[in-house]
Ligand binder design. Structure first.
Ligand code: 13P
Length: 255
């Protein structure tokens, strides 16, 4: 049984004060949760205060992106060593908004994944097809290519911490959640591609999260799918009530 992981991606929302206030309101709402892992990925400016406020609790803090190098002349970037020094433990890699607006590619995803593993950060690698790719029946090709380039040249023994988030681009921020069956099909493809690269043991242990308009109304049915191991939540993670409800639904063992 893979341990559930529920991650909040706050994107470009919340000041440091708003971030720590959220955490204070989340703590009592999730105090009964002992099974699902919770990770919050705030904006860069909230990482240090949130990591300080979460220290000693069961809530982890992740970055939304990072550079793959430790230091250098890269204006505006943040390095993995800067993240770990703040107490950040997770990092999103290759979110579709980074790919779409900031020129991230499968190749930079690969560099970042290698770097995250080397620095002991838990990588959450985001993959997913655009609507035109789905309509042309290219979903499987797109997912296989994204996973295959991401994992290129990485020793499978190092891939234990890997987490993948399947986020179909057409489902992000649109209210059009993938059906549980559509998500399950995609997760099976992703797991099969991980298996091809890294073998059965790593594939069976890799958490694959679903992201794209996850809400309290659909979290329970997504959690019922065999290969859905958690969620990456955007909009519904901005309010502690709805995020805590999603955590609770995923923390329940599916029947
Ligand atoms: P929404 O939950 O707002 O659709 O965002 C999903 C997402 O992009 C999480 O990374």
């Amino acid at each position: 049984m893979r341990n559930r992981l529920i991650a909040a991606n706050w994107k470009m929302h919340k000041t440091p004060a708003e971030s720590t206030a959220f955490l204070a309101s989340l703590f009592p709402l999730v105090q009964n949760n002992t099974s699902a892992e919770i990770v919050i990925c705030p904006a860069m400016t909230s990482l240090a205060p949130l990591a300080d406020a979460a220290r000693g609790s069961s809530i982890a803090v992740g970055a939304q992106t990072m550079h793959w190098l430790d230091s250098g002349a890269y204006t505006g970037e943040t390095s993995p060593t800067m993240l770990t020094a703040m107490g950040v433990t997770h990092v999103l890699i290759g979110h579709s908004e980074r790919r779409q607006y900031f020129n991230e590619t499968d190749t930079t995803v690969n560099l970042k994944l290698k770097s995250a593993l080397q620095h002991g950060l838990v990588p959450i690698v985001c993959v997913g097809e655009h609507i035109n790719e789905r309509n042309r029946d290219l979903t499987e090709d797109v997912l296989r290519l994204q996973i295959s380039v991401a994992l290129e040249g990485i020793d499978c023994e190092k891939l234990g911490p890997l987490v993948v988030a399947y986020e179909p681009v057409w489902a992000i921020g649109t209210g059009h959640t993938a059906t549980p069956e559509t998500a399950e099909d995609a997760h099976k493809i992703i797991r099969a591609e991980i298996r091809r690269h890294a073998g059965e043991e790593i594939a069976a242990g890799t958490r694959i999260l679903y992201g794209g308009s996850v809400r309290p109304e659909n979290a329970g049915s997504l959690n019922g799918m065999e290969d859905v191991d958690g969620a990456l939540v955007g909009g519904a993670s901005l309010e502690s009530d709805s995020f805590a409800q999603i955590v609770a639904l995923f923390a329940e063992q599916p029947a």
